[in-house]
Design a protein around this ligand. Structure first.
Ligand SMILES: NC(=O)c1ccc[n+]([C@@H]2O[C@H](COP(=O)([O-])OP(=O)(O)OC[C@H]3O[C@@H](n4cnc5c(N)ncnc54)[C@H](OP(=O)(O)O)[C@@H]3O)[C@@H](O)[C@H]2O)c1
Length: 333
């Protein structure tokens, strides 16, 4: 049986939701504002976020990179019995509106991004988990004010092995007029394995070095093309089993990904290990989830050598949600 092409989930946020900001790192906010390409705060952000939001310009050789997690109070990133991250917020029965604000915050982060990263395990746990913007006002702001050329960030699925990616997932099967563009980034070994996949056709683009300008142009065209029947696959670098992260980020910057939003927990930690994650948004829903689903369990930082963060701003909703934005700090005195 063939896969049915699907509509993306739509949701219009109520106009009266709002978080309450309780802390601002004014000096840091000033620096972020001064180095941003944007001069205007989006009307939806003014209404809901209770304060400013500016992202700095990208680096010359990579995008500005941020990520986001919603956590239970006991640090879990999903319930064991239903591992869909949004349930942590949506099923906070003491504060339904606080849960909607968490979802708004996720959309706000996507609205500002040119590209967004996900990975196999998140896709497997979250069948509706396409990295799109569900609210029409935010799409309009993205296009009219932030001057983005696409309704949604480019969806990028990362995989070293090329295995375990669910190709029947909505992310690979949305209707073409939804304008959701998707690419896979993988290794040489990943390419070999993907090439053997039945029922899915790929357009492989191999970029070994920064000199492969023609291939990068081809990738850009494929990532923007509508109505293509094949999934573009970027094969990064010369390694068989690992993606060359520096080259990968450089390629993304070349194809217009100035701001990159990472939504795959393992990949967040990989970028922290590489010391190139710039910011972390972390929202806490005041409930206990227990169980074993945590972020970063395969990564270990040393007691005397670990990354820190500095709070940029903190907000609350009633007494049930905490919304935090952090700047990563990799070097300590
Ligand atoms: N609370 C939240 O905000 C939130 C957000 C998102 C997801 N989640 C939850 O998190 C769970 C899944 O998270 P997860 O951390 O287990 O998995 P994940 O990050 O979604 O996916 C893991 C996959 O990422 C790929 N990967 C990891 N490092 C990579 C690298 N350096 N380069 C390329 N690919 C790389 C690996 O595929 P290869 O082995 O092929 O390399 C790995 O199998 C789900 O339950 C989901 O619901 C929660």
């Amino acid at each position: 049986m063939g896969v049915i092409m699907a509509e993306l989930y739509k949701f219009e946020f109520p106009k009266d939701i709002k978080m309450t900001r309780i802390f601002e790192n004014r000096e840091l906010l000033g620096k972020l504002r001064a180095s941003s390409w944007e001069k205007e705060i989006l009307p939806s952000v003014k209404r809901v976020y209770d304060g400013e939001l500016f992202f700095p310009a990208p680096y010359e050789d990579r995008p500005y990179i941020y990520c986001s997690l919603v956590c239970s109070l006991d640090g879990r990133i999903a319930f064991e019995d239903a591992p869909v991250s949004t349930y942590l917020a949506r099923n906070n029965y003491l504060d339904k509106e606080g849960g909607i604000i968490n979802f708004w915050s996720l959309m706000m982060q996507r609205t500002h991004a040119d590209g967004a990263i996900t990975a196999a395990k998140t896709l497997l746990s979250e069948p509706e988990g396409t990295l799109h913007i569900c609210d029409s006002e935010m799409i309009k702001e993205r296009i009219n004010i932030l001057k983005k050329s696409n309704k949604h960030p480019l969806n990028i699925v990362v995989s070293r092995s090329g295995t375990g990616i669910p190709f029947n997932h909505k992310i690979f099967n949305s209707l073409s007029d939804e304008n959701l563009h998707v690419i896979i980034a993988t290794t040489r070994k990943g390419k070999e394995r993907l090439a053997q996949t039945k029922n899915k056709k790929f357009a492989f683009v191999e970029v070994e070095t920064r000199d492969d300008i023609k291939q990068i142009q081809e990738l850009k065209l494929l990532s923007e093309a509508t109505d293509i029947k094949v999934c573009p696959v970027l094969v990064v670098g010369k390694y068989n089993e690992e993606i060359d992260t520096k080259l990968f980020m450089w390629i993304l910057r070349q194809i217009g990904i100035n701001r990159l939003f990472v939504e795959a927990p393992q990949y967040m930690y990989h970028l922290i290990q590489e010391q190139i994650l710039d910011e972390f948004f972390m929202d806490f829903s005041m409930l206990f989830a227990g169980g074993s689903i945590v972020a970063g369990s395969r990564f270990e930082f040393k007691s005397n050598l670990h990354p820190h963060t500095e709070l940029i701003n903190v907000a609350i909703h009633k007494q049930n949600f905490l919304y935090t934005r952090h700047r990563m700090v990799y070097s300590c005195p």
